[in-house]
Ligand binder design. Sequence first.
Ligand SMILES: *Cc1c(COP(=O)(O)O)cnc(C)c1O
Length: 464
Amino acid sequence: MDKSELLRKLPKIDELLKEEIVEGYVKNSIRAEVIAVLRETIDGLRGDILEGKTVSLAKDDLMERFARNMEEKKKPKLRKVINATGVVIHTNLGRSLLNEEAVRCVEEISMNYNNLEYDIKAGKRGSRYSHVEEIITKVTGAEAAMVVNNNAAAVMLVLNTLSKGKEAIVSRGQLVEIGGSFRVPDVMAFSGATLVEVGTTNRTHLYDYENNINENTGVLLKVHTSNFKILGFTEEVSVEELVELGREHKLPVYEDIGSGTLVDFQKYGFTYEPTVQESLRRGADVVSFSGDKMLGGPQAGIIVGKKKYIDKMKKNQLTRALRIDKMTLAALEGTLRLYQDEKIAVEKIPTLHMILSRKEEHLARAEQLVGKLRAAADGFSFEIGEDYSMVGGGSMPEERIPTYVIKVKAEKLRSDELENRLRLSETAVIVRVSNDEVIMDLRTMFDRDFDIVADAFRAVAEGI
Ligand SMILES: *Cc1c(COP(=O)(O)O)cnc(C)c1O
């Protein structure tokens, strides 16, 4: 059949609406959506015909194509993917995963009325922050705490509260961009604080801060340079020194520590990353950090420190616009409680567990997955090798965590084509490509997903 004849044979929407499968979908979903998918299916066929591809216009094949499109349409747009990149806190793939306890808390709170802003004992209005404040102060040792939408919001709120219309002094070496084009100086500008940059990129001294303090100074700021390191001839002013200077001039010291881990990773053989407890112990008046980076909880910005400053922030009108949702609060409480016992936190919080899991654990897992892959798909070579995982999320940029990976080569596909097809699988499998090999890192993959990955390879093999 030539192209024009095939095109003429394409069925009409009205005709297809009488098909049993289509009627079934109309009954169980939205008619307009079914019609749109029918149109899409026919348009797809028309496109294939015009490109000279072999198409079948048999009813069964057509209906199968339609049903596939319909199922795709019904899937949520925000959906699960498999992270085989080995980047644990992958910002594009949802950062930290919630632990089971946190998920149970979210379910309970979101499906029921709750005491979000209700004081059950007193029988009157309560504070949405009270629920997590107790556990945050307990695990960090802070005097007071509050939480907002994310750490960017926390930076804005802290600066707006402590330094609106005033000057905030910060080292030039700490004016970082954190990805997603979040730039410390820009957020500071939105806060209404005037940024006073002191020192140079590589060296800032205490006198640089001191010489710039005047009657209009509002806060001394220190930003943790999460995602980069300045090496060589460098000098940074410590929190303790800033605190001493702040005391002399009656100025608060605020440290944005970014990742904000509560666990001392040095203990586990990792590079130094400032902990929240340490920053507070050193005397910082206010400290802020992310909920979904190394803490391993939901997206949130956590602010801890002196009660007199935290109280001011709670009363700041901006807080209403930056406020945290009940589901996040529930997840945060469910995460922070685990930190009462570090052993339990490390075991149950996926982010911590993944970062700290030993390379050896992943060898047997790699072997198991390779077995499944070989059984599922021909035309590939699967080889186990050693490589490095990354923490991600702009945290510990230099840390390379030894791991086991599976290196894949396809006989008939280039690596970038294989990467593309795995990504477009029923469940997207996100891999790395390096040296013309597809790399899958076991550290960020779950055993429960091994069959899905095998299915993805089977489908790719069938499609070559
Ligand atoms: C990541 C980061 C932020 C932004 O935190 P979000 O929770 O992503 O909004 C701010 N400051 C520093 C130093 C960071 O590392």
